[in-house]
Design a protein. Structure first.
Length: 402
């Protein structure tokens, strides 16, 4: 995806600096302006909060960081070198005024930054669609979990959500044409589960109807907290469904070609649940530009997340990577600057743990960015040596083997 090319190059460059003991600023920031949401998705943090698994304080408006603080974070992050800003929730458009102000500030300081908004589409009214199109937001990722109202509304826990989302997609197309804008680009994201598994081709077609550039299908993140809801509704993929994935995904790829959209997934179609390795693509070995022994050793890290990414929750808690569950963190940005936290003890401890090839965090076992971890290691391996990373596939996802 061309929109992320500069970000990916920046990640590799900064990781190589870390590998030779040259600390560098974060490339990616994932942040939640609010944890409040008008949906109750069956596998998401929202239902875990309403179900008493996660603390209810997370969804209290009075506990959220102020607009003034978020603007300060935007300034700090841009000056520190953040190039990819991913806005999550809750539903971030509940605080769209804060978001629009942050976009303006980030682009003024760092015009090359990529700003990505993830939304369920409910609040994407014509007025807000217009404001986003006229802002410098680079990408809007629409979350769609069914190719029809019956499936989508069930999984999202809100009647009428499918129709509102379809209308939001149409509004974005209309406003972009009206004002002659190419951005924000549209990506469509779905979470794969047993209810929508066979609808993936139809979901890809729906993405095409929005003139989306990308259709992304991610595995459902299964963890101890959301298992009761997942099992109650039989959302977990069966072994038979997993084995059928290559055939279904082939249909998705064909539809992608018809609509001229990229399709990608978090399940490698060349990897079955019983396979243990995934080979790297052969590339020109003359491209190797780093041969330092420290870089080779760096490749053995369990994960590189704490070296280039972080997450900030709605209440100010800072997680040690973009995929972390922030409310578990002992660090709050209310009390310190972003720079102090990034180069402080909390992140240093996380990095040391990763370099030791281990992690004590339960959330790492169900990490949602395993494919990205694999790709980064592959690319770094190609720069410094011929050692090949291994990847293990299991019922709850995939993980790297060191």
């Amino acid at each position: 995806m061309d929109i992320y090319r500069g970000v990916h190059d920046e990640i590799k460059e900064r990781l190589c600096k870390w590998a030779v003991s040259e600390p560098s600023g974060p490339v990616r920031m994932v942040f939640s302006l609010t944890e409040r949401c008008n949906f109750k998705c069956l596998y998401c943090s929202g239902i875990l909060i309403h179900g008493g698994i996660y603390p209810e304080e997370l969804i209290k408006k009075e506990n959220e960081l102020s607009k003034k603080k978020w603007i300060k974070i935007a300034k700090e992050g841009a000056k520190l070198g953040v190039k990819h800003w991913s806005v999550l929730g809750g539903e971030p458009l509940l605080r769209y005024k804060t978001l629009l102000r942050m976009i303006k500030i980030i682009k003024k300081i760092s015009p090359e930054s990529v700003i990505e908004l993830n939304t369920n589409g409910w609040f994407l009214t014509p007025d807000i669609a217009k404001k986003l199109v006229l802002s410098e937001c680079d990408l809007i990722q629409l979350s769609i979990d069914g190719s029809n109202a019956k499936t989508h509304d069930f999984l999202r826990g809100r009647d009428g959500s499918f129709d509102r989302l379809v209308n939001a997609g149409k509004q974005l197309m209309f406003m972009k044409r009206k004002y002659g804008k190419e951005k924000p680009r549209v990506h469509v994201n779905t979470v794969i589960n047993s209810r929508n598994y066979y609808e993936l081709p139809e979901l890809a077609s729906l993405a095409g109807s929005f003139e989306a550039e990308v259709f992304i299908a991610n595995p459902m993140r299964v963890q101890s907290a959301n298992i009761p809801w997942i099992k109650k509704e039989n959302l977990e993929l069966t072994k038979e469904q997993i084995n059928q994935f290559p055939k279904i995904w082939k249909k998705v790829e064909n539809i992608g070609k018809q609509h001229n959209i990229d399709v990608c997934n978090g399940i490698d179609v060349n990897v079955t649940p019983d396979e243990k390795t995934n080979e790297l693509h052969e590339e020109d070995k003359s491209k190797k530009v780093h041969s330092h022994e420290a870089v080779r050793s760096f490749l053995d890290a369990f994960c590189f997340g704490p070296f280039y990414s972080l997450a900030i929750g709605a209440t100010g808690k800072v997680g040690s990577c973009a995929s972390s569950i922030t409310f578990l963190s002992p660090v709050n940005i209310r009390e310190k600057s972003l720079k102090e936290i990034w180069y402080g003890n909390y992140f240093e401890s996380a990095r040391k743990s990763m370099l030791n090839g281990e992690t004590s965090l339960e959330e790492c076992k169900t990490c949602g960015i395993i494919t990205q971890r694999f790709n980064i290691r592959s690319q770094l391996s190609d720069l410094v040596s011929e050692k090949r990373p291994k990847i293990r596939t299991h019922r709850y996802g995939r993980e790297l083997e060191t």
